[in-house]
Every structure is written in C-alpha cells, then in structure tokens.
Design a protein. Structure first.
Length: 300
C-alpha cells in the first residue's frame, strides 16, 4: 500500500483478535432461505439435491482450509471446527472478521458455482446469501456439546417437518391447520401420527435427514499422493475432483532427503505424504463412539 498522507485512515481499522488456545467454530447460515427455497421449488420436507449442494459447498471450504477438521450440516446451515492450534491469517492472533468473511464468501460462491450440478433444470433466480459467525469455546466438552446440540436440533426439526408435510400433502390440511394439529405434541405423538395415519416409519427414513451431514478427513491408502493438494482425484460427489498433478507414493519416498532424520520427523513426513479426502457421512455424533475413534479432532 502506498505511503501517502491519506494512510492515516487505516488507524480506524481496529483488530478483532480471537482468544488463543481455544476451540473455534464457524457457523454459516442461509439468509432468508425459506423464501429462497420456495422461489426455487425445493421439495418438502427434504430436498436431497439441496442438501447435497450444501455438502459440496462445505467440502470446498474444508479442501481449501486444512485447519478445518470437522464439518456438520443440516438444512441451510453448516458448522466448521478448526483445529485448536490454528493460526489462520495471522501467526500471532486469529482475527474474527477475516475468518468469517473469507470462509463465508467461499461457501457462498461454491454454492452458486455448483448449482447447475444439483439443479440442472432449475435456473438460479437470484443469488443466495449466507451469514457467518465465529464462536470461541474453552474446552473439549463444550465442543462436543455444541455439535450434539446441532445434531439434536436436526432430529427435532426433521421429525416436525416430516409430520407437518405429511399432514399437508397427504392429509390435505392447510399449513395453519397442520400447525394447530402439531401444537403441544411430543416426539412419540408425531411418530404415532406418521405411522398410524400415513404408514410412515420415521426410523426407516434416510440417515441424512435424521442425523445431518458430517464431513471428516480420511486417509486414503494405496492411492496416488496429491502434491499440490491434499485431496484425491475421484469422480465422486462426496470427494471433490482435483486437477492438480499427482505423484506416486514411491516417488515421494524416493524424494526424501538422504541425511539422517529422527524417527519423529520421519513419522511426521510419512503422515503428511498420505493422501486424504473429505468425506460426507451420516452418523451419530452425540454418543462417544464417533469422538473416541477420532481423538485428533479435539486434540489437534
């Protein structure tokens, strides 16, 4: 930036650092998505195309930012967990506005960029928008409770929406009548309405709808190593395509320096050489099993 007499205006740009040695979660929410979904005729109660598009946008974020170790999405929102040691955008401090603006804009642009893949017959009538916020959590339990909260919310919302739209689409109730019918009902009541009136067993519905989408990084064994990117080149909607050149694992091993190295350094290099892919799964993240199998999510 040029050093001119006008440069003093930069003094008004105040820093907004985030506390070090804490866990960061970025949550991205669709803005006015009820209107957006109606304008683009999303299927009710769940449009799998729209959910897959959200997954794709989230994959794009995780592939671009390796410090994001976990993603969880439902409906029109996605939450991203950063590794605790992240120094994203600043070696000494982590700045709220920069993280929010960069990742939210990437998510939004990826959503628009991939629209035609999932909605080939639907024109995008106007650009969607998403807001973002960073939440700082002090410890591992708070992180687990946060993601448990979001998954529990997924189940509660999906059960309500599934019952609501069954009443409207199959029961021929108006939206107001369906809301009145469901007012004050418990989960067991909604299960009973679905099964007894519409022969819908909620427990057999797709896990995606009940549990949301969980995005994780997995090491891919016996695959070429990505030199310029940590993703694998595959034609799969759950693993983004990459056009960067690849190098065989043997080539990577042969390229290692010949000078003696400690076992610890060698292990780190071997770990970095292993290719990874961002995968979408639909599993329970409230119970211990998910976290016990992936301790690095909270310890990184």
């Amino acid at each position: 930036m040029a050093n001119t007499r006008f440069q003093y205006v930069r003094s008004f740009e105040l820093p907004d650092p985030l506390l070090p040695n804490t866990h960061l979660v970025l949550r991205i929410d669709g803005h006015a998505f009820h209107k957006f979904s109606n304008a683009h005729d999303f299927r009710k109660p769940n449009d799998e195309r729209a959910l897959q598009l959200m997954d794709k946008a989230a994959q794009t974020v995780m592939e671009e930012y390796p410090d994001v170790v976990l993603g969880f999405g439902e409906s029109d929102e996605f939450s991203f967990l950063f590794k605790k040691s992240t120094k994203l955008y600043n070696r000494r401090q982590r700045y709220d506005s920069k993280i929010v603006s960069m990742l939210t804009s990437l998510f939004t642009s990826a959503y628009v960029f991939n629209w035609k893949t999932y909605f080939p017959d639907t024109e995008l009538k106007y650009p969607p928008s998403f807001d973002g916020r960073v939440i700082v959590y002090p410890g591992k339990q708070e992180i687990r409770d946060y993601f448990s909260w979001r998954q529990a919310d997924t189940h509660i919302n999906n059960l309500y929406n599934t019952t609501f739209w069954a009443l409207v689409q199959q029961g021929n109730l108006t939206a107001r009548e369906a809301e009145t019918r469901l007012k004050g009902t418990l989960s067991k009541d909604k299960h009973e309405i679905l099964f007894s009136s519409y022969n819908i067993n909620y427990n057999t519905l797709p896990e995606r709808f009940k549990k949301g989408s969980v995005l994780i990084r997995e090491v891919i064994h016996n695959e070429p190593v990505q030199v310029a990117n940590s993703s694998i080149q595959k034609g799969n909607t759950d693993i983004a395509d990459v056009n960067d050149p690849v190098m065989d694992l043997q080539d990577v091993q042969d390229a290692n320096p010949t000078k003696p190295e400690s076992k610890r350094v060698a292990r780190k290099k071997e770990k970095r050489a292993l290719p990874t892919a961002v995968r979408v799964i639909h599993v329970d993240i409230i119970k211990d099993d998910f976290w016990t199998a992936r301790p690095e999510l909270l310890d990184s």
